[in-house]
Design a protein around this ligand. Structure first.
Ligand code: SF4
Ligand code: SF4
Ligand code: SF4
Length: 204
């Protein structure tokens, strides 16, 4: 059937993996350092992955493809989050506690989330599964994390950064902190920001 579906331009894709966390159906994986749609029937054409890509490698197109299969997509999602699979690959997860060098930072897609986000969004695993995750509160921790985070970015091979903050004024400093750390590190790491509303919606 003719319908909207994604097309991934592999020549633009850096394999950062940010699109995989944005898909509500878990329809995209990164394999061989390139993003791939696992099956056409998992993609409902919602378009959430398009703005998540910092390289503009994903477009929506009208193509003659298999129809969206909601049951198959739900099963795929259930498989992805079931069992003993932890939602993150590292421990500890508090930025204040992590060492500045660790194996789980090397080659990782790093999620840096403000403390309140995971409790406010109803399906936070979509952002964190298979990723290295750090959490902090730049308002209440009363600690400037930028130097510590800069060391982490400098000493490890972080592939991408996904910052998740709340859409409230007190969380504005969270993104400022990460940007400052990235600048201090001197690295050119792709970074995207997701903003979660107090109703749990994603305001990109
Ligand atoms: S368009 Fe929506 S369902 Fe399809 S791959 Fe992108 S985020 Fe997933
Ligand atoms: S976000 Fe874009 S560059 Fe990164 S893996 Fe997905 S398609 Fe590739
Ligand atoms: S800055 Fe405010 S919204 Fe952000 S994590 Fe801290 S208390 Fe929560």
């Amino acid at each position: 059937m003719i319908r909207n579906i994604i097309r991934i331009n592999e020549s633009l894709c850096t394999g950062c993996g940010l699109c995989t966390g944005s898909c509500p159906n878990g329809a995209i994986i990164v394999s061989g350092l390139k993003a791939k749609l696992i099956r056409e029937e998992y993609c409902n054409g919602c378009g959430d992955c398009v703005p998540a890509c910092p390289c503009k490698a994903i477009t929506m197109e009208e193509l003659d493809v298999a129809p969206f299969n909601q049951a198959a997509a739900q099963q795929r999602l259930a498989e992805r989050i079931s069992g003993d699979n932890p939602a993150v690959v590292n421990w500890p997860i508090k930025l204040r506690q992590v060492p500045v060098s660790a194996p789980y930072f090397n080659g990782c897609d790093l999620v840096i989330a403000a403390d309140c986000t995971a409790f406010t969004h109803g399906d936070f695993r979509r952002f964190t599964t298979g990723r290295t995750v750090l959490i902090a509160c730049t308002k209440l921790d009363n600690y400037d994390y930028s130097e510590q985070l800069a060391k982490i970015l400098t000493r490890n091979n972080v592939r991408s950064i996904h910052v998740i903050r709340m859409d409230v004024p007190c969380c504005g400093g969270f993104v400022v902190m990460v940007r400052k750390a990235l600048e201090m590190s001197g690295k050119n790491i792709p970074m995207v920001v997701t903003v979660i509303s107090i109703k749990g919606k994603v305001n990109q």
